[in-house]
Design a protein around this ligand. Sequence first.
Ligand SMILES: Cc1ncc(COP(=O)(O)O)c(C=O)c1O
Length: 363
Amino acid sequence: MEKSFNNLKMMAWSDSWPKATAISNSNPAPFTAAELSEVTGDDFSLLPLDDLEYQSTQGDLELRQMMVNQWYSRSQVNDLMLTAGAQEALFIAFQAIVKKGDHVVCFTPCFEPLTLMPEQLGARITRLPLTDDWQIDFDALATALKDDAKVLVLNFPHNPTGAHISQQMLNEVLQLCAKQQVFVISDEVFRGLEHDPDKRLPAVANIYKNAISIGVMSKAFAMPAVRVGWLLCQNHQVYQRMLAIKNHLSICVSGLDVAFMKKAIPFDELIWQRSVALINFNKGLLNKALRHHPAFNCHMGEASATCYVVHDDARIWASDLADQRGFKVLPAHCFETDIQGFRLSLGIKNFQQILDSIWPQSN
Ligand SMILES: Cc1ncc(COP(=O)(O)O)c(C=O)c1O
């Protein structure tokens, strides 16, 4: 039997313009070591590491303890596992939970792998559109979950829209899942990028046993070069299955990355705030620019580092933008949605210059 992986539409689109500058990335502008030292007041220029041995499959114990103490107070150190980025974490989570014929429910627009990964495992996918203001349609969700759903995929703070939900809404979602015995895979890679930190939610796996929460260093920490993500899960059968799958993949993360994380994580709030300040500033610039361009519409979110700009001819517009001005954004088909538009990054430095280039006379 021939088996193949479909390429991601977002990669295929992006690869069509290898020289264009991406202005759609979901990570905030990455830190330099010098900037990190400035923000934290600590020295990040040299990293001590004596031991260049393999790490354990679960990941460094001291680091996991630090993460659990700091972010996941209701979980144990053995509920947490480090992975090679969030992408490997997602792959492991779907492999561990989903099999052929299972029903998986996911909101759209969405980060493409959230539907593509379970689909490639043979699952039946229900794509539930978010409302016009990027909120959950609870009636549609209840109906979909009642249809023998096995897994609900969550991603709040949300990519691409920047949408977020309240604690009360999350409670309602989890009540529906508990009632129908639905497992939750919660992609929380933008946790820490709430535009108002008071809106931060607990990790789903910290409060719901049949759940996996996923985090990463590339987004809220703005450090994609530190190629570490993680899986949190209090269901130990599922955890053991994930550990076995990981042994077929990266086996363990880099010890150099671990050393870096141990230094960075104590400064989490300071590091997140630097990106949130940039994002909030850029939101103001974009709102101002869009006033001059009524054909473009954006319901700005409350979290994460991107927004979704609605525009009728977005695909043609995005293609012209890449051809003629050398800037790349990702249009609707990359996010499994019929709502024509494109994702724009709010985490870019010199954002006004970008706005002036893509929409001349926008200031
Ligand atoms: C929602 C979401 N989940 C997971 C990932 C994967 O993160 P990483 O590439 O750092 O592994 C991304 C990356 O864009 C993302 O947006």
